[in-house]
Design a protein around this ligand. Structure first.
Ligand SMILES: Cc1cc2nc3c(=O)[nH]c(=O)nc-3n(C[C@H](O)[C@H](O)[C@H](O)COP(=O)(O)OP(=O)(O)OC[C@H]3O[C@@H](n4cnc5c(N)ncnc54)[C@H](O)[C@@H]3O)c2cc1C
Length: 382
C-alpha cells in the first residue's frame, strides 16, 4: 500500500512525485514509456516561460511560483534548466493576445516594455513586421530545457525514495472500500491516493468523467538561418499573433540547434495511440512553418534541420483541469494543458502534492475546476 500512486510520470506527474516524496510519503510512479519520452507532450528540448501572459493574468502568480521552484530545482541538481532570454509578444493592432500580455504585466507589476514595429526591427534585425504591429517585451522570460527538467525531478524523486516503474502502462484506476486499486499491464497496486496525470491519455484513464479534452497533433521545426548571429544569443523567445498565419511561437538559435518554431493553430485532432509521429507526413508540417518564417523572420527560413511531432491536450477554453475527482476525494487529476502547461509544471507538481494530502492547496486553482464545464455556457461545451 503506497501513500500515493502517480499514474503518468510526465511533466506534471514526475514533479508531483518529487514534492510528495520529499515530504516523506511512499510514492509509486507508473509511466507507459520512459521518463522523459518522445511519445507524449514534453519532448523537443525546450519550452517557453513567460510572465506577461497572453492567456490571462490569473496565470501570472502561478508562473512566478514556477520560476522560483525551477530555480530551486536547478540548485539541487547543479544543472542549467532555465535560460533567461526575454520574450516578445508581437501582434496586429487590437490583438487580444497582445493586449492580455500587456494587461497581465501591468496588473501583476511585472517588468515589460511596449515597442513599436520600428523599435522592434531596430533592436532585432531578423524581424520583418508590418508597420502597425506592436510588441510587448518581457525581460524575465526565457526557456526551460524540458526533458532535462523531467530528468531532474525524476532523479530527485528517486533520491527521496520514490519508486519509479517505466514502460508500465496503467490500465485502470478503481476505488475499493477505502483505498484505490491501480491495475497496469504488468501488475496490481494499492494506494491511499492516486494522482492521474496521463496527459493526452487522461480521458482514457478516467472514462467516467467524460473529460472535455481533445488531443491534437502538433509539430515543431528547426531551421538553419541564412545569416549567422541574427537569431542567436541576443534574440529573444517570440510569440506572434498574426492575421495571416495565426498564432506562432518560437525560440532563438542557441548552441547551433537552429531557430525552432511551432504553431498554436493548425491542429489535427488525433487519438494518442494512433498518432502519426512521422514529421513530414503532412505537407503542412514544414510548409506552414516555413511560410510563417518567410513572412516575419525571412533570414531564418533556411534549410530544415529537424522536426518533431508532439501533442497538445486541448480543453474547450484552453484553461487547464486541476481538481479532485468529483465523486472520489482519493483521486486527483490534472490535464488539458492546451499547449501552454510546461512552464507551470513545477508549481503544479507542488499543488498536486498538496491536493494528495488532504484535498486542499493554498494556491488559487478556481480557474481550473472541472465544474466550469457543467455550467450552462454553450461556448464551453464540446
Ligand atoms: C510542440 C509543443 C510545444 C509546447 N510548447 C510549450 C511552451 O513553449 N511552453 C509551455 O509552457 N508549454 C508548452 N507546451 C505544452 C506542455 O509541454 C504540456 O502542456 C505539458 O507537457 C503537459 O504535461 P502533462 O504532464 O499533462 O503531459 P505529459 O508530459 O505528456 O505526461 C503524460 C505522461 O503520462 C504517461 N502516460 C500516458 N498514458 C499512461 C498510462 N496509461 N499509464 C502510465 N502512464 C501513462 C505518458 O507516457 C507521459 O509520460 C508545448 C507542447 C507541445 C506538444
Amino acid at each position: 500500500m503506497y501513500d500515493v500512486i502517480v499514474a503518468g510520470g510526465g511533466s506534471m506527474g514526475i514533479a508531483a512525485a518529487y514534492f510528495r516524496a520529499k515530504q516523506g510519503a511512499s510514492v509509486l510512479v507508473l509511466d507507459k514509456y520512459e521518463i522523459p519520452n518522445q511519445m507524449a507532450s514534453h519532448h523537443g528540448v525546450t519550452r517557453m516561460l513567460r510572465l506577461s501572459y497572453g492567456h490571462g493574468s490569473s496565470y501570472v502568480p502561478l508562473a512566478l511560483e514556477s520560476l522560483k521552484l525551477w530555480a530551486e530545482l536547478e540548485t539541487s541538481v547543479g544543472k542549467e534548466l532555465y535560460r533567461k532570454t526575454g520574450a516578445i509578444t508581437i501582434g496586429y493592432p487590437d490583438s487580444e493576445f497582445v493586449e492580455m500580455a500587456i494587461e497581465s504585466a501591468i496588473s501583476n507589476n511585472i517588468p515589460y516594455k511596449v515597442m513599436t514595429a520600428d523599435e522592434l526591427t531596430d533592436k532585432w534585425r531578423g524581424l520583418d513586421i508590418p508597420d502597425d504591429y506592436i510588441g510587448c517585451f518581457d525581460p524575465s522570460a526565457g526557456f526551460l530545457f524540458s526533458e532535462d527538467c523531467l530528468t531532474a525531478y525524476k532523479d530527485e524523486a528517486l533520491k527521496y525514495g520514490a519508486e519509479i516503474h517505466e514502460n508500465e502502462a496503467v490500465v485502470s484506476v478503481e476505488q475499493e472500500e477505502n483505498f484505490i486499486t491501480v491495475k497496469t499491464d504488468k501488475d496490481t497496486y494499492h494506494g491511499a491516493k492516486v494522482i492521474v496525470t496521463a496527459g493526452a491519455w487522461l480521458p482514457k484513464l478516467l472514462p467516467e468523467l467524460d473529460l472535455k479534452i481533445q488531443p491534437v497533433r502538433k509539430t515543431i521545426s528547426w531551421f538553419k538561418p541564412h545569416e549567422d548571429n541574427l537569431y542567436g544569443n541576443d534574440f529573444p523567445c517570440y510569440i506572434f499573433d498574426t492575421k495571416d498565419h495565426g498564432l506562432y511561437y518560437g525560440f532563438p538559435d542557441f548552441d547551433d540547434y537552429g531557430v525552432k518554431l511551432g504553431s498554436m493553430d493548425n491542429d489535427i485532432n488525433c487519438e494518442p495511440d494512433e498518432l502519426n509521429r512521422e514529421y513530414g507526413a503532412y505537407e503542412q508540417d514544414e510548409n506552414d512553418d516555413r511560410a510563417f518564417l518567410e513572412r516575419y523572420m525571412p533570414q531564418a527560413a533556411g534549410e530544415l534541420i529537424d522536426g518533431k511531432v508532439c501533442m497538445f491536450s486541448r480543453t474547450p477554453d484552453d484553461d487547464f483541469i486541476i481538481d479532485v475527482h468529483p465523486e472520489n476525494p482519493n483521486i486527483i487529476l490534472a490535464g488539458g494543458f492546451s499547449g501552454h502547461g510546461f512552464k507551470f509544471a513545477s508549481a503544479i507538481g507542488s499543488i498536486l502534492s498538496d491536493l494528495s494530502v488532504d484535498g486542499t492547496t493554498t494556491h488559487d486553482i478556481s480557474t481550473f475546476k472541472l465544474s466550469r464545464f457543467s455550467k450552462p455556457d454553450e461556448t464551453l461545451l464540446s
